[in-house]
Design a protein around this ligand. Structure first.
Ligand code: PLP
Length: 443
């Protein structure tokens, strides 16, 4: 159950107060009750010793729950496209990566049901030994043909696709050049590999070139980037990355988790959008966003996939993606290709919502990525606004430190082809009303 609010009962809003004063008054009241940074760091009571002492000294979630502003692990009781029921309350969800509305699409669901009937609920083994079903091979062929690649490997999650691939490609003498905003699975892959990684400033091509120059004598080099960054919704500068890779003899790996189904012809991704498909050595994607399911994949030349297939621990030592998920993705891919109106609707919705937020005074990215972060700054204020939004019927996600730098907290909103104009207007209306109340939006 959502805890009732205990956070700011004493705050009396004065409508005539300038917004910046209102905001700082609310922020300091909130901080008195919930200091995000130090509640994380509070030392343990001294009774607990040893490796687990840190667990007993970790209070931030508890404190946030007590105050009613804890935003994580919300239990969704019902879901219908972009509408959810949480704690018995209906809300429009802007906390979803179901960009093309395929997660509950009847054709996808019936394909999944058929696979369950035929094969059961799981593969009970690794793809490597006994968990490869003909469905996995069919999906691999379909992805390769869709992306014009020699071969693909279907893995159990996108996280594992990144982690497993990078960990086995990046050898002891090699170096990875990784954008600082890359997804955590790329970080993990780099850190478990025996190779070296340098992190260039987000989308900063001069910084990338600085490192490429610095390590130009290293033979094995790979630039790794998200095509669309999952928090900011920024698009990677792939033309510049490809050029630098050529100039300095590096390979390129692109994570198209949020590009697939969103950008490029029929949703082939950002590399396709820039007409650079042939220049990307390793294409990584997920089924957990536009394709509405779970799983990840790698597409590349056969010699590369064959190596990964036999070397990636995160692929070999884990159970295969269940039949229902694979069958659902096969059906979803077909819909994605044959119903281009979904991608068009997604782009229209994205343009509409961005215009709405821009008119309210929020900074938005001028691109067609349906991830629209609303930057608030102060952690406690962000969590508070997020709770008010939920009470008003809008379910959004928050990103606070360490996912984003301290004091750069944001409400991460994202959109789908299933939202209609009423949903979008509801979201804009709630942000306008509550943002004005809290002084987040200038009057
Ligand atoms: C950019 C990016 N890469 C990889 C992943 C991991 O994918 P999955 O959730 O399918 O494991 C995500 C998911 O959050 C992502 O946003």
């Amino acid at each position: 159950m959502t805890k009732p609010f205990t956070l700011l009962t004493e705050f009396e809003s004065d409508d005539n107060e300038p917004s910046h004063l209102k905001k700082s008054k609310i922020t300091s009241l909130l901080k008195k009750k919930f200091d995000f940074e130090s509640s994380h760091l509070r030392p343990s009571n001294g009774k607990e010793k040893g490796i687990l002492a840190k667990c007993f000294g970790y209070f931030a979630p508890e404190q946030a729950k007590e105050l009613g502003i804890y935003p994580y692990f919300r239990e969704i009781q019902e879901i219908d496209g972009c509408h959810v029921v949480i704690d018995g309350k209906q809300a429009v969800s802007v906390s979803t990566n179901n960009y093309l509305g395929l997660a509950q699409e009847p054709g996808v669901v019936s394909a999944a049901k058929e696979a369950v009937e035929k094969f059961g609920i799981g593969c009970t083994g690794s793809r490597f030994l006994n968990g490869t079903f003909n469905l996995h091979k069919t999906l691999e062929r379909e992805i390769s043909s869709f992306l014009h690649r020699e071969d693909s490997i279907v893995m159990s999650t996108g996280f594992q696709a990144n982690q497993g691939t990078i960990a086995c490609i990046l050898g002891r003498k090699d170096i990875a050049f990784s954008d600082r905003e890359n997804h955590a699975s790329i970080y993990e892959g780099c850190s478990v590999s025996p190779g070296k990684t340098v992190r260039y400033q987000h989308n900063d091509m001069d910084h990338l070139e600085y490192y490429l120059k610095k390590y130009s004598d290293v033979e094995g080099k790979i630039i790794i980037t998200d095509s669309v960054f999952s928090m900011s919704g920024d698009i990677a500068n792939l033309p510049a990355i490809v050029k630098l890779a050529k100039d300095y003899g590096a390979s390129v790996m692109v994570d198209e988790a949020h590009g697939l189904g969103v950008m490029g012809e029929s949703g082939r991704g950002v590399a396709n959008y820039y007409n650079l498909e042939d220049e990307i050595d390793i294409y990584m994607g997920t089924f957990s966003k536009s394709l509405g399911s779970i799983g990840g994949f790698i597409s590349a030349k056969s010699k590369i996939t064959e190596f990964i297939r036999h070397k990636a621990s995160a692929f070999i030592f884990t159970a295969a993606l269940p039949p229902a998920s694979v069958a659902g993705v096969i059906a979803g891919l077909d819909i994605m290709i044959n119903e281009p109106e979904r991608i068009e609707k997604l782009r229209d919705n994205t343009a509409y919502i961005k215009r709405g937020f821009f008119d309210m005074g929020f900074q938005v990215n001028n691109n067609s990525i349906p991830i629209v972060p609303i930057k608030i700054g102060e952690e406690a204020l962000t969590l508070y606004l997020n709770r008010l939004l939920f009470d008003d019927g809008v379910f959004a996600g928050v990103a606070v430190s360490p996912v984003v730098p301290p004091l750069n907290a944001m409400i991460r909103t994202s959109y789908t082809s299933s939202h209609d104009q009423k949903d979008l207007d509801k979201v804009l209306g709630s942000f306008r009303k509550l943002g004005t109340q809290l002084g987040v939006i200038p009057k």
